[in-house]
Design a protein around this ligand. Structure first.
Ligand code: ATP
Length: 624
């Protein structure tokens, strides 16, 4: 969870060092995969499968690609759509208290100023002194080697570089290979003026020292890194034909701000009461310093965000007489009127966990509960739901309790009230005695005085806030579960990827890839196969079954190659079911098997006979 405002620079944690907590469990320490080579090999296989079978392609590949952006092929598009639908249905359609929104990507830049993104949505970035290549400061892995220094470089063309060059040898690198590599890097950076790399002379070589575990050298080039500097991640563009500085706006770096900006419109047009939520799915853009790990860290990606608006705890206390406290084992199944932010936050962590269980990721999740030191001054709690990827355990979703920070920021900047009126609160507050009201104020003043982060609210402001509250008016607080669709797609593919060794009919060993995707997210739900393609009656029947099923789910008809080969092709793309039409279907082995098919289950390999008339009823609940 990156946060803005009050924190100048926003860093992701190095995962080899963070404390990871299972949901409600004590802390344990997590380290990255112990075998980096195996992790890389696994990722290479996944990337290759994604390309080969049409899940994910490099954007603009025919022109050499485009850094940090990806295209989803036919199967990837289906997979993403299934994940999107699962999120949308779970988070909005199946709930009475969440509404949907589909806001624009381009917005008035004042939104990004008010939200804090213009001033503080930045990563710390360091630049290679040799090549100017940038790297995120917290993405530099510790390196060991020998440091060499040169007072400059020159070439027979007359080109000179009068600056100190400091670089680290790679592990096991011979000094001659090192010099050759440095010359090549310098030549690449200097362009034609420097002439041929092999003719560049490195001047005044000095061996400085051997270093161990240093994070001061660029991971690819070995060049000394400069000071860490903040780098704003928002992608600028111009809105309007003049394209001057006055027309600058940004591609949204998150979908959440549009929800805050439209909060009042949704509230006023939908006859809802707090607590309620607004959910949105859409593209977001971040000029990531070092996009990496395939689609995990992209520059263009899709977010699925919910802003769930709740009453301030003081309003809950006035209405219910108390604010329920969270404890281990608390019943989170049904929201209760006496829930304050803490239980609502726990509730959403629980709901999101159940969602991930429902798409097959239940057993690869971990939880990082941010410590008070991690939290932004306005945030009450934030948990990152982490998932095991081949390259380590990384964030899939952040769930934050953000108080009234966002709506209040927009209220101040836009001067448009973001308060709502709560009749129930007004009625309950009218029954309080002056002493009871004063006790509530004193409790809040004590809490403000005990704050360790951010400025305490002055007493006059606290009293003014309570005056509005006692009349039933407040700016709602918010719980924000914020997930990334592309990371989720990669997580389900990585989790599903498996390889088994098989020996074919000729005794040849073969590695078979099976994507054990959850049927709910699998791009193709059923493969339909006539046993033989040269038997018109089998083909006609198979076409009939295909036509029956495809109206309800994504199916694939295939009549080429052996039936085993056809099963294997579908296993490789994660199709959970196969339906084979054979001679029994046509009644050749007796009337009792007529109009039945073989239903094959990908994961167990189990095959069962199912009546065509019962096929849809059997498959639909399994895939939706
Ligand atoms: P990270 O720490 O990994 O950079 P973040 O904390 O900045 O992520 P948030 O701002 O909380 O992420 O965004 C919410 C979700 O959006 C993340 O949990 C992630 O799933 C997704 N997301 C954020 N940045 C990217 C990105 N560059 N590429 C793909 N998904 C992303």
């Amino acid at each position: 969870m990156r946060c803005t405002v009050g924190v100048l620079v926003l860093l992701s944690r190095p995962f080899s060092l963070v404390a990871i907590q299972s949901f409600g469990q004590p802390h344990t320490t997590h380290t990255m995969s112990s075998d980096p080579k195996a992790s890389i090999a696994q990722m290479e296989k996944i990337v290759s499968l994604c390309k080969r079978r049409g899940f994910i392609f490099q954007s603009s590949e025919i022109y050499g690609g485009c850094g940090g952006v990806w295209d989803y092929g036919p199967l990837g598009a289906e997979l993403k759509r299934n994940l999107r639908t699962a999120w949308w249905n779970t988070m909005t359609r199946e709930r009475e208290d969440v509404l949907g929104l589909d806001a624009s990507i381009l917005m008035n830049p004042a939104i990004w100023k008010a939200s804090g993104h213009v001033d503080t949505f930045a990563d710390l970035m360091r630049e290679c002194s040799l090549t100017n290549k940038r790297v995120r400061a917290d993405h530099v892995d510790p390196q060991s080697g020998t440091v060499l220094k040169y007072s400059g470089a020159q070439s027979p063309t007359g080109w000179r570089w009068d600056r100190t060059i400091t670089a680290l040898t790679k592990s096991g690198e011979h000094i001659e290979s090192f010099r050759k590599r440095i010359r090549a890097l310098i030549a690449q950076n200097a362009g034609e003026a420097a002439g041929k790399p092999e003719e560049i002379e490195l001047v005044g070589e000095e061996k400085i020292d051997a270093v161990n575990g240093s994070v001061d050298f660029h991971p690819e080039t070995g060049g000394l890194l400069g000071e860490a500097r903040p780098f704003n991640l928002m992608l600028k563009t111009y809105l309007g034909p003049t394209a001057t500085e006055d027309d600058v706006t940004y591609l949204r770096p998150e979908t959440a701000q549009a929800i805050f900006a439209q909060f009042k419109n949704v509230f006023d047009s939908s006859r809802v009461k707090v607590p309620f939520g607004i959910g949105q799915i859409g593209k977001a853009f971040r000029n990531e310093v070092t996009p990496k790990n395939f689609t995990f860290r992209s520059r263009e990606f899709e977010q699925m965000e919910l802003e769930f608006f709740i009453k301030p705890d003081e309003a809950v206390e006035i209405i219910s007489g108390e604010v329920a406290k969270w404890h281990e084992g608390a019943d989170l199944s049904e929201p209760q009127p006496n829930w304050g932010w803490e239980l609502w936050h726990r509730y959403w962590v629980d709901q999101r966990t159940k969602f991930y269980q429902g798409i097959g990721l239940g057993d690869v999740l971990e939880y990082y509960w941010q410590t008070p030191a991690d939290l932004a001054h306005y945030a009450r709690a934030c948990v990152d739901i982490l998932c095991e990827f081949p390259f380590g355990t990384e964030e899939l979703e952040g769930i934050a309790a953000r108080g009234d920070f966002d709506l209040s920021a927009h209220q101040t900047a836009s001067t448009k009230s973001q308060e709502i009126f709560d009749e129930e609160l007004k009625t309950a507050a009218a029954k309080l005695t002056d002493e009871q009201k004063e006790a509530l104020i004193q409790k809040r003043l004590a809490a403000e005085a005990a704050k360790t982060k951010g400025e305490p609210m002055p007493e006059a402001a606290v009293r003014a806030w309570f005056e509005r509250l006692f009349k039933g008016s407040y700016v709602p607080h918010v719980i924000e579960p914020s997930a990334g669709l592309d990371r989720m797609a990669l997580a389900v593919i990585a989790k599903a990827f498996s390889e088994t060794e098989k020996v074919d009919e000729k005794g040849k060993k073969e590695v078979i890839t099976v994507l054990r995707l959850h049927p709910r997210v699998a791009p193709i739900k059923v493969g339909v196969f006539p046993l033989l393609k040269n038997k018109p009656e089998l083909v006609a029947k198979a076409r009939e079954v295909y036509a029956l099923l495809k109206k309800h789910m994504n199916c694939f008809y295939d009549e080429t190659a052996s039936i085993g080969r056809r099963y294997a092709r579908q296993d490789e793309v994660g199709t959970p079911f196969g339906v084979t039409i054979d001679f029994e279907t046509c009644g050749e082995k007796g009337p009792e098997l007529q109009d039945t098919v073989t239903l094959r289950h990908r994961d167990s390999g189990e095959q069962e006979r199912v009546k065509i008339s019962e096929l849809l009823g059997k498959l639909l609940p399994l895939v939706s």
